[in-house]
Write a protein that binds this ligand. Structure first.
Ligand code: NAD
Length: 740
């Protein structure tokens, strides 16, 4: 019997091999080159050993496996990028062979002549789910935490291990396209009802049930290799196919705006692959997989949406040498919109919360927010009455500052008014222990200014949440002039416990995220003033990959807030700091027409009672002479949104507000949904090259104004087409920028 590093193989008395995948020194199984090599040997061993009837594949870890090692894919792509100019043909061939390797291996497994059963003992995602799909049967454990799915599309890829071919041969094409294009995970029941798995078993019976399938005579032949096989959704060229693919294509375009090469390739793989026999179909998939790996988008998405988020979550920016804090109890000041949300996410993570407001009724109302969220979760079967009770027990609504005596940290979310913030800071600090940290959730006041109200500015930090707090994954930690390492570490530990992703930025008006968002809305104002039809503005933004148009976003954040910010900026920094045309537009909206946004059902949009639908306010057309939309260049409008945001991100890097380029990218995607296919606002520039970006900005500046003027840093980088990820390499090469 051979021995393996990543697998154990045990033959039982019935002649069934139990293959257990358990990679040493890793908490999770992932597919890497070594795993593939060993696994091929096992497939050969099972196939050639006459005494072995078949094999059951399971995992020795809690999860079955998370998929291909994205670091391996990154390396494969990196090698291709480095060699493609010198050896275009060889490097493309090597990339294809790397991409085709697992695909071939899985085909070998399903045609090896011996039956294989996957015993799915824990979550099986991506490439690991594809392994199970190549087995002749799948048994899954009956446990709500066990999910299967193909999330590749979310990092810009497609399933390249046969997933685009086996899924639509196992289940109806329409369901298959949803699974592949949405990248959602399915639990055991849903997987069984769709026909993705063969059986459900209890954890104790999993292996026995799997083995029994083989003993009962499971055929080592996949349905699609049997003569006369019929596709569950019907052939492509059939009435069923004609009804399916045209609308599927329309939905695909609506959902992606055709911005994602991975998603586009999935459509092509399914359509073309279903016309072909399996061996050729798999080759088609491998070709598209290679093409997508060569795309800028996939490389950028893997880096930001997978690597960087993971690195930031693991504390890439946590100060060295500060011991880990266990946060058991916090105080939240202000039980309004944000405070109530902060209390909820904290209690959900098991932290005790003292929720303080001016009077008991206001504090109680803040707690009621958690109750409402939990009731909704229960009605959707995402929580239980017991969990609700336990969570609510952790929140104490009160007006009594004495209760802050033993909290680890206070998060302040009272009115956006320096005077009110001063009063509560002093009141809280009078009762907090000397080690506790004070964090403000202000969205506009520099933390350095607020820290002046504190007796211990080293323990004063900004933690900027986004609304709605329970759904937004990003939090911005703001370092003021005197903020110490301990406060930063505590803020990051808190964010880790509540399972959000942090970025750490230096103090600046609007910090990082809101500076970019304001540019987005401001360019929309410019377009309105030029007479671009409002519908075009919001639609083009969506085509540019933004989740919500700038006018609708402004309705959500409130137009009177924009009014307040513009006038506050004039008071603080003078008339020159704002565009007078913007002031006129917003004054007209708020003062003349009383249009405050979603909150009074009157904004750039109208919000009529159902069944009527939300629609643009017709009066907008009368504010400025309208341009004929047919004369507008859609690509240029898209470029304006991308460029104005990317430029602001580049300014934040140059000003040392953002210290780590990964944070600029992650913050832009998780904070306001900046075109995820670009990999974020800074990767957008790197993707097109700083020279091309600067040329484009100069052209836009000439036509539309100084907001597009590239800064000094970009002009310098453009001379050599330098990349941000080289100049500010977050992985160690001496960065030319001083650390925060
Ligand atoms: P809000 O008006 O909904 O809530 C503020 C709460 O503070 C109210 O319940 C009020 O009664 C309470 N409060 C006022 N004075 C108090 C005092 N002296 N002692 C105790 N409680 C007091 O406001 P909000 O939208 O939750 O904003 C709170 C903070 O969060 C602001 O600093 C705001 O800038 C910031 N913020 C808001 C958003 C957002 O989208 N709304 C996003 C990020 C940050």
């Amino acid at each position: 019997m051979m021995t393996y590093k990543n697998f154990t193989v045990e033959n039982d008395a019935d002649g069934i091999a139990l293959v257990t995948w358990d990679m040493p020194g890793r908490s999770m199984n992932v597919i890497d080159a070594n795993v593939l090599e060993e696994w091929e040997a096992i497939i050969d061993q099972v196939a050639s050993d006459e005494g072995t009837k078949g094999a059951v594949l399971t995992s020795g870890k809690k999860a079955f496996g998370a998929g291909a090692d994205l670091a391996m894919i990154q390396e494969l792509v990196g090698r291709y990028q480095a060699e493609k100019d010198a050896k275009p043909e060889e490097s493309a061939k090597a990339l294809f062979e790397g991409a085709y390797r697992m695909n071939q291996l899985l085909r070998k497994l399903e045609t090896s002549g011996k039956p294989w059963v996957a015993a799915i003992n824990g979550p099986a995602l991506g490439g690991c789910f594809e392994i199970t799909l190549a087995c002749h049967a799948r048994v899954i454990v009956d446990d709500p935490s066990v999910k299967v799915g193909l999330p590749e599309v979310k990092v810009g890829l497609l399933p390249g291990g046969g997933g685009t071919q086996r899924v639509p041969r196992l289940i109806h094409t329409q369901e298959a396209l949803q699974l592949l294009l949405q990248g959602k995970n399915y639990d055991a029941k849903k997987a069984k009802s769709l026909g993705l798995v063969t059986e459900i078993a209890s954890a104790d019976d999993l292996i026995a049930v799997s083995k029994k399938l083989i003993l009962d005579g499971l055929k080592p032949v996949q349905p699609w290799d049997v003569k006369g096989f019929k596709l569950p959704g019907g052939p492509v060229y059939s009435p069923a196919g004609f009804q399916l693919f045209p609308p599927a294509n329309a939905i695909y375009r609506r959902e992606t705006q055709d911005n994602y090469p991975g998603a586009r390739a999935i459509m092509k793989c399914v359509y073309e692959g279903l016309l072909l026999p399996m061996d050729t179909a798999l080759k088609v998939e491998a070709r598209y997989f290679t093409e997508v790996l060569r795309s800028t988008e996939a490389g950028m998405m893997i880096r930001t949406l997978f690597m960087s988020i993971q690195e930031l979550n693991k504390g890439a920016r946590r100060p060295d040498g500060v011991p880990e804090n266990s946060i058991k109890k916090i105080g939240v000041l202000g039980a309004g919109f944000m405070g109530a949300g902060i209390a909820y996410v904290s209690a959900k993570a098991g932290i005790e919360v003292i929720l303080i407001d001016r009077d008991q009724a206001a504090a109680d109302k803040g707690k009621a927010h958690s109750e409402a969220l939990l009731d909704k979760a229960i009605s959707r079967k995402r929580s239980t009455p017991e969990k609700k009770e336990a969570l609510l027990n952790l929140i104490t609504p009160t007006t009594d500052y004495n209760m802050l005596s033993d909290v680890d940290m206070v998060v302040e979310a009272v009115f956006e008014d320096s005077e009110v913030k001063k009063i509560v800071t002093e009141q809280a600090e009078a009762h907090m222990s000397k080690d506790a940290i004070f964090a403000s959730n202000t969205s506009t006041i520099p933390i350095t200014d607020l820290a002046k109200f504190s007796k211990r500015p080293a323990q004063f930090v900004g933690i900027h949440f986004f609304s709605p707090v329970d759904r937004m994954m990003l939090t911005e930690v703001i370092k003021a002039k005197k903020t110490g390492d301990k406060a930063i570490a505590m803020a990051l530990d808190f964010i880790r416990i509540i399972k959000k992703t942090p970025i750490v930025v230096n103090d600046s008006r609007g910090f990082y995220v809101n500076r970019c968002v304001l540019r987005y809305m401001s360019e929309a104002y410019n377009m309105l003033i030029e007479g671009v039809p409002a519908a075009m503005i919001d639609n083009v933004a969506k085509m540019a990959g933004m989740p919500i148009g700038p006018l609708m976003l402004n309705d959500e954040t409130a137009i009177d807030l924009s009014h307040k910010i513009l006038h506050q900026t004039i008071r603080d920094m003078g008339e020159k700091a704002v565009d007078p045309r913007h002031v006129e537009l917003i004054d007209t909206m708020v003062e003349k027409h009383g249009r405050l946004g979603r909150k009074n059902l009157k904004g750039f949009y109208e919000y009529p009672d159902k069944p009527a639908k939300k629609h643009l306010w017709p009066g907008l057309k009368d504010l400025y002479p309208q341009v004929d939309p047919d004369t507008l260049d859609v690509q240029e409008l898209k470029n304006r949104f991308h460029a104005t945001i990317a430029l602001e991100a580049a300014r934040c890097v140059a000003e040392n507000v953002v210290v780590d380029v990964r944070e600029a990218d992650v913050g832009s995607i998780l904070g306001f949904g900046f075109a995820p296919f670009s990999g974020g606002a800074i990767s957008y520039i790197d993707g097109m090259g700083s020279t091309a970006f600067v040329d484009m900005c100069k052209r836009l500046a000439k036509k539309y104004g100084s907001q597009f003027k590239p800064n000094k840093l970009l002009l310098e980088m453009a001379k050599t087409n330098e990349k941000f990820y080289d100049r500010f390499n977050p992985y160690g090469k001496p960065a030319k920028q001083k650390a925060a």
